[in-house]
Design a protein around this ligand. Sequence first.
Ligand code: EPZ
Length: 420
Amino acid sequence: MDKLLIAGGRPLEGEVRVSGAKNAALPLMCAALLTPESLVLENVPRLVDVRTMARLLSGMGVEVERAEDGGWRLRAARIARPEAPYELVKTMRASVLVLGPLLARCGHARVSLPGGCAIGARPVDQHLKGLEALGARIEIEHGYMNARAERLVGARIEMDLVTVTGTENLMMAAALAEGTTVLENAAREPEVAELAACLNAMGARIEGAGGDTIRIEGVRSLSGARWRIMPDRIETGTYLVAAAAAGGRVRVAGAAPATLEATLAKLREAGARLAVGDEAIEIEMDRRPAAVDVRTAPYPGFPTDMQAQFMALDALADGTGVITETIFENRFMHAPELQRLGADITVQGNTAVVRGVPRLQGAAVMATDLRASASLVIAGLAAEGETLVDRIYHLDRGYEALEAKLAALGARVRRVSSRP
Ligand code: EPZ
């Protein structure tokens, strides 16, 4: 199992370019199921999760290949096996995003229940409730969702809670349903709007995506398209927080600043100086950060995917920060690992009180989930001495070429394999 060895205590200097958004790429790959024609995706991030999704789709009979320019060409001319097996779904919950498109295109699907994951139970009840409202019949048998629908018929669906992939699943199913679907209390994340824009480029008729009410006029069929994936707003935020924690001056290029306003506001509150352009953000931090309070919320609120990174920043900040996680029930597993680096954190339910210490000390720590591992890397970059982060396969799921990008900023980071 690979580990990341970090020699901390040096500021970061230079430029890093952001990759395509993981949480846009995954639903966009599933959108290929909705048409027999080719969907060409550009700016696809080189991530384990993307490769897992490619394996899942090709197992159904979808032609999946890397296009000449590093993008991906997907073609679901025919779907031989509308199935998502447990061995793949258990490694990536986003696999549930094939359910809506398979039902819309094939009229039946057999998809493993995703099961829980480190950060919470993460049920899919809203996905199922919405698909049943569109006319699907879904039985849960032996850990699988067996779904059937001769045809999907548009409906008004009031979602009980804001769910990103739930909104995406229903939007894709409704795109080929008969008549009009209205999704109320829809997720407003930029990745939802990106998926709707690509579906519209394929011939769908979707309005209001990015807001909390989305209207979908079903069409009979969709065509192929070519689509360039938006920059990853969480990767962008992660590098900015790394620079705020380690100090220095970093330019994050190829970004979409308008998609991470809440994160930028918190960085300014922490004392960072930011220069924000159309496609780049420059951060300068030449002092100890001030502690900030963070409360996660659905977009455009502060993103839960940036919570762990800000806990690392608060850990070494001047003052005390209160972090409240309102989206997931167990997303503080980075706290005990940060404590091994000397952080002073008290967790009570969904609130963590972080009392900043002047310096963190390097130590051996263990990653538990994608954003928790990013938090440990950030803390390691700022800590005195060496930090060894174990189980960094979590990182490889969501951060393309992390050590190369950090090394280009002057960080002393090395991947060590503990393979015998
Ligand atoms: C998406 O997950 C992202 N993943 C997550 O990013 C992100 O943390 C999350 O949205 C919140 O922003 C992708 O887009 C692939 P939710 P998703 O459904 O859609 C509960 C990362 O680090 N819920 O919006 O699975 C759920 O348990 C990942 O890149 C139900 O109760 O999240 C959670 O508490 C981690 N029933 C809350 O809603 C449902 O049917 C929000 O979940 C669906 C969700």
